[in-house]
Design a protein around this ligand. Structure first.
Ligand code: HXC
Length: 258
């Protein structure tokens, strides 16, 4: 099991919370931290009792990006085989919804980690950016792809080519952030949002996540056909019978994940 202190794990009923915890390095995403985070997320994803995952950092920094000190001596050949490359697709493969609670800096890989999550709650003091260009590199974990799909080519180009940071309000207007809250409240709000997702029927939630994720990768006609198949799968669940009956009988549904 990877070093536990680097990412603290908490559980609040059906919501699991991963708190990045490398304050001395502004939560820079070292290999060990990414290994621990990926390990935790995969453990939780396999646990049917966990319905939503929140990823948070500290109050002043979510994560300052990949670990620059660890990257300095890395050769081209080593970067092609470095294990950190595999953690990103593994996190993206998590079927349980993930919400980022961003307070302070989410830079480079930190911004990419937030963008990999399904929703983002940001404190007013949050700052998003892809400063890799100032180091002589470019983003390598979605900062040119997920970011561009969310905010559009012109705006993404500016961030990627200049390294300029976006404050929370601008990120919200650009569509990166779901909710902006007062400093110190992002984790609480993210958990609140996670609790709403956690109350929804779990199979339909996973299908919904899968369908929305596919929208970025599929032409419209194929995407609609894929959505239709997933919708039909949802129609095959016991939970949808319960959900519809509960609506008609004017009572709260009791979802069982079947
Ligand atoms: C390693 C880092 C770090 C990082 C900060 N530190 N960011 N160490 N990797 N990404 C370390 C500093 O070296 C310093 O260590 C300590 O944390 C405190 O940092 P300060 O700069 O003194 O803190 P502060 O003034 O609060 O400024 C915070 C900051 C700044 C704005 C976040 O640290 C910063 O700009 N960091 C780098 C951001 C960045 O360029 N990220 C992109 C990384 S490349 P000492 O030893 O001096 O105490 C990337 C590629 C992704 O992410 C590719 C994915 C595959």
């Amino acid at each position: 099991m990877p070093e536990e202190d680097l990412v603290l794990a908490e559980r609040d009923g059906p919501v699991a919370i991963a708190r990045l915890n490398r304050p001395d390095a502004r939560n820079a995403l070292s290999r060990d931290l990414m290994e621990r985070l990926t390990w935790l997320v995969e453990e939780w994803d396999a646990d049917p009792g966990i319905r939503c995952i929140v990823i948070a950092g500290g109050d002043e920094y979510f994560a300052a990006g990949a670990d620059i000190k660890g990257m300095l001596e890395r050769s081209f050949q080593e970067s092609m085989t470095h294990p950190t490359a595999s953690y990103w697709p593994r996190l993206w493969g998590c079927k349980t919804p993930m919400i980022a609670a961003v307070s302070g800096y989410a830079l480079g890989g930190g911004c990419e980690l937030a963008l990999l999550c399904d929703m983002i709650v940001a404190s007013e003091n949050a700052e998003f950016g892809q400063p890799e260009i100032t180091l002589g590199i470019i983003p390598g974990a979605g900062g040119t792809q997920r970011l561009t799909r969310v905010i559009g080519k012109q705006r993404a180009m500016e961030l990627v080519l200049t390294g300029r940071r976006m404050r929370a309000a601008e990120a919200h207007a650009a569509g990166i952030v779901n909710h902006v809250v007062k400093p110190g409240e992002s984790l609480e709000k993210a958990i609140e949002l996670a609790e709403v997702v956690a109350r929804r029927p779990p199979i339909a939630v996973r299908l919904g996540k899968q369908a929305v994720q596919a929208a970025d990768e599929t032409p419209l006609t194929a995407g609609l056909a894929h959505e239709r198949r997933l919708y039909e799968l949802a129609m095959a669940t016991e939970d949808r019978v319960e959900g519809m009956k509960a609506f008609i009988e004017k009572r709260r549904p009791q979802f069982r994940g079947r």
